[in-house]
Ligand binder design. Structure first.
Ligand SMILES: Nc1ncnc2c1ncn2[C@@H]1O[C@H](COP(=O)(O)OP(=O)(O)OP(=O)(O)O)[C@@H](O)[C@H]1O
Ligand SMILES: [Mg+2]
Length: 349
């Protein structure tokens, strides 16, 4: 296997030659001669340093409107969200709720129509196209549901992991091998796509996404095409690489069992975060003799909180509104340390 770089007007051409199959892939990338470092006009504030547990991703009043002919689609409608550095978290929501739109914005693949979004030192609302290239190549890694979007089929697992490094000019065979070992595929490095199961392919995809040592790993339905057991292994790999390399992991999923296995998940509804659930361990109960009480083993659970946006607005879940026949007005009362939401007096209920 070999790689050749050739520069011509404004373009770096990269030619990857797979000597085993004599097949070739040619990629064209814009040449980037930007020097970032908190310079005037740069979207990166290089003075900012983030430690594990710091607020790392901050979305404030994020809006995304798609315009199709005369129709405007409001994909994100003033979304507020904070993700800590080193968190393993999930975003869950119905189809069309805005999950992929949000992930694409966090990955620098799309830009918001309004609001503000920062990822570490990067202000994504202000990215130039040249900065977006650096951000996508060095700061963020993507894992998609569709494996063909993650992997080049005629390359081995190892070559697939090496490819982004070659493009980035940071080729390192030992690092590629370490990553495949970390995702549990040490003995499958020389296998091609069709020689790997769906779950193994997704684990290669995670290694590929980590090849350029990103700070942030974004995954859009990474287990959507897998059975429950393979999906669980993939999730364990996300947790392992988070623990090993300190990478922040954001997973979009429909799958509630996946969401409930991470530290925290947020629910997105109509382009806004509606609730947040945080994992909590409930201790086992013991009696006065120190014996464990029957049916009171230690267990993990999630505490669910409804999220208020910066203006104090919250979403009342549709099933609650339906149960009390609430349309577009409610009565609010503050009483005995509670805020009570009641249907209007003229409601049919
Ligand atoms: N490129 C686009 N042009 C126009 N509308 C779009 C575009 N991408 C998404 N939308 C619309 O924005 C809304 C949110 O879409 P998005 O893909 O973010 O949803 P999602 O939560 O990822 O759904 P799914 O679970 O089906 O993948 C939808 O109404 C969708 O039709
Ligand atoms: Mg989607």
């Amino acid at each position: 296997m070999s790689a050749k770089l050739r520069r011509s007007q404004g373009q770096t051409q990269f030619r990857f030659v797979d000597t085993t199959k004599k097949s070739r892939a040619r990629l064209s990338l814009p040449r980037v001669s930007l020097r970032l470092g908190g310079k005037r006009g740069s979207a990166k504030d290089s003075d900012l340093v983030f430690a594990q547990g710091d607020d790392y991703i901050i979305c404030e009043n994020l809006v995304k409107i798609y315009q199709i002919a005369d129709i405007e689609v409001f994909a994100l409608q003033g979304l507020d969200m904070v993700i800590k550095k080193g968190e393993l978290m999930a975003i869950i929501g119905a189809s069309g709720s805005g999950k992929s739109t949000l992930l694409n914005i966090l990955g620098g693949l799309d830009s918001p129509t309004g609001g503000r979004v920062t990822v570490g030192a990067w202000n994504l609302s202000k990215l130039t196209s040249a900065e977006a290239v650096i951000y996508k190549r060095q700061v963020v890694g993507f894992v998609w549901q569709n494996v063909t979007r993650n992997l080049i089929p005629y390359l081995t697992a190892l070559e697939n992991v090496e490819l982004p490094m070659i493009i980035n000019g940071t080729y390192d065979r030992a690092w590629a091998e370490e990553l495949l070992d970390a995702v549990g595929l040490k003995d499958r490095m020389r296998h091609k796509l069709q020689e790997l199961s769906g779950g193994q392919q997704q684990r290669v995809a995670i290694a590929i996404a980590l090849a350029n040592k990103p700070e942030l790993l974004l995954a859009d339905e990474p287990t959507g095409a897998l059975d429950r057991a393979s999906g669980r292994i993939v999730l364990d790999v996300f947790r392992k690489v988070r623990d090993l390399y300190g990478v922040t992991v954001v997973i979009v999923t429909h799958d509630m069992s996946m969401a409930s296995a991470v530290d925290r998940y947020v629910r997105i509804r109509d382009g806004k975060i509606s609730s947040e659930s945080v994992r909590r361990v409930v201790e086992a109960q013991v009696d006065e003799n120190g014996e464990q009480v029957e049916n009171a083993e230690a267990e993990e659970t999630h505490d669910e909180y409804t999220v208020l946006d910066s203006a104090g607005r919250l979403q009342v879940p549709p099933e609650f509104r339906e149960a009390l026949n609430i349309q577009n007005r409610v009565r609010l009362h503050l009483e005995d340390g509670k805020i009570v939401i009641l249907p209007p007096e003229d409601s049919a209920s």
